[in-house]
Design a protein around this ligand. Structure first.
Ligand SMILES: Cc1ncc(COP(=O)(O)O)c(C=O)c1O
Length: 477
């Protein structure tokens, strides 16, 4: 082999390579168990990757939630925890960071995102009201429903097509929103639930132009906009690189400008904000804040800690600042892009364009012969794990759950398997192994059959449901 036949990834694409803007200071050993052990582990987990033990997993792409690596500054901050019950100085640091980077005036900490969703839903939704949003998210919609609301999907149609390459597939369809307002009346709309990069659509962003138009419509109708800011930093990156007029603005500037078009936000800080646990809810309206800060003491803890230790709030305040650094975001989304470009080059069906936090495999494209009620995306998660211990997550029929009215599966248009990339954790070599796993499973796609759900919990069934391969069903009955 001559030296000129070997090429770095950058050289293959005729550009200079980039590298992660960090170096590794502590490592956590991982190893791959044998194929026989993986088969046993998966059977014990009821073919649900949520029920695997993490020590049986080699590369864990189940989620980017709470799985990131904290920086040395954040770990140092943990030692500065002020564990006073009330008025911890870390609370004020966190409040300042939210005000400074997201621009909202009042903030309540929560233990994680769904804690914030619960408080906002209970406070801002009246039973019988509608909550339009840019595609459902599992926990968000459930909290709308538990508060007596009905979620209405007003995302643009392109978001439901994995092959449509529109760059802002997270956008709200203005006509759908206006028709809903006309049909039910603005007073019957609790608020617009807007997510920055839409998880279930494939990590797709919302444009600045779209949020500005939404602001105008909502101002005309007196409807508030609350933002799921969980991955809004990544959304700001897509605006920077894809939307006219933003190339010279920093991620931090774009983030604040976007948030200024909304009335408040809730946050699962376990994603963009680079901590292993934490969340917050921030609004501009003092009366709403007053209600939220009263309710937080019922469910989470005093309004100056909301279920978090002082040290957690300190790490979170530092994480907020690190999260908006341009080189961090570029390499974070760049790693997702690296994996996605490999898969696209190998003609593997994935959601396009490549989103911010994960690669979403199109399970229908893998298994056109497996009907949706045999859970093709769940099958794909199982096959990836069996091949090499790579753990992914189902984001299809199982995640969508049942329609509360009809009791039937919801059969979503998108039947996806998500490979979510934890922040600052894995290297390019891990991405190569994951890509090769996907290719091996894709090559064997025709020999794969469906699953039967044999245990189904009532709420958020994807977390705890159990399955059996259809060719095994009956063996234990
Ligand atoms: C878009 C989005 N919103 C809300 C949540 C809920 O956050 P948490 O898991 O911290 O409760 C998640 C978690 O995955 C999410 O992805």
């Amino acid at each position: 082999m001559t030296a000129s036949t070997l090429k770095t990834f950058g050289q293959q694409l005729s550009r200079r390579s980039w590298a992660e803007p960090w170096k590794i200071k502590a490592v956590e050993p991982i190893h791959m168990i044998t194929q026989e052990e993986r088969l046993r582990a998966l059977g014990e987990a009821g073919y649900n990757t949520f029920l695997l033990r993490s020590e049986d997993v080699y590369i864990d792409l189940l989620t980017d939630s709470g799985t990131g690596a904290m920086s040395d500054r954040q770990w140092a901050g943990m030692m500065m925890g002020d564990e006073s019950y009330a008025g911890s100085k870390n609370f004020y640091r966190l409040e300042g960071a939210v005000q400074n980077y997201y621009g909202y005036q009042h903030m309540v900490p929560t233990h994680q995102g769904r804690g914030a969703e619960h408080l906002l839903s209970q406070t801002a939704i009246k039973s019988g009201q509608y909550v339009p949003g840019n595609m459902y998210f599992t926990t968000t919609r459930l909290h709308h429903e538990l508060a007596g609301g009905t979620f209405v999907d007003v995302i643009i149609d392109q978001a439901h097509d994995p092959n449509d390459e529109y760059p802002f597939k997270g956008n709200v369809d203005l006509d759908k929103l206006e028709s809903l307002i006309k049909e039910v009346g603005a007073e019957n709309i609790a608020y617009l639930s807007l997510a920055g990069t839409v998880n279930m659509a494939g990590g797709q962003p919302v444009s600045m132009a779209n949020v500005r138009q939404l602001r105008e419509i909502c101002d005309r109708s007196g409807i508030r906009i609350f933002l799921d800011a969980t991955r809004m930093v990544e959304n700001a990156y897509f605006i920077q690189v894809q939307e006219d007029g933003y190339a010279d603005k920093s991620i931090a500037e774009i983030l604040k400008e976007f948030c200024s078009c909304t009335d408040g936000a809730w946050m699962s800080a376990k994603k963009d904000n680079l901590v292993n646990i934490g969340g917050w809810l921030a609004v501009n309206d003092f009366d709403l804040f007053d209600a939220l800060r009263n309710l937080v003491v019922v469910y989470e803890g005093l309004h100056t800690y909301g279920g978090l230790a002082g040290r957690d709030m300190e790490a979170l305040a530092i994480g907020i600042e690190e999260a908006v650094q341009d080189d961090h975001v570029r390499s974070r989304v760049g790693q997702v892009l690296y994996l996605g470009e490999l898969l696209l080059d190998w003609k593997i069906p994935i959601v396009k364009p490549i989103g911010g936090h994960a690669i979403f495999l199109d399970a229908r494209g893998f298994y056109p012969h497996i009907p949706q009620d045999q859970f093709p995306a769940q099958v794909l998660t199982a096959q990836l794990y069996l091949d090499s211990g790579v753990r992914a997550m189902e984001r299809g029929n199982v995640s969508a759950g049942r329609d509360p009215q009809t009791g039937d599966h919801r059969y979503p248009a998108l039947e996806l398997t998500r490979l979510a990339i934890p922040r600052r954790v894995y290297t390019q070599a891990h991405m190569d192994v994951a890509a090769e796993t996907v290719k091996t499973v894709h090559d064997a796609r025709q020999q794969t059959s469906g699953l039967k759900m044999v245990y189904e919990p009532k709420n958020l069934r994807f977390f705890q449901a159990r399955f059996e391969p259809l060719d095994m069903v009956g063996q234990h009955e």
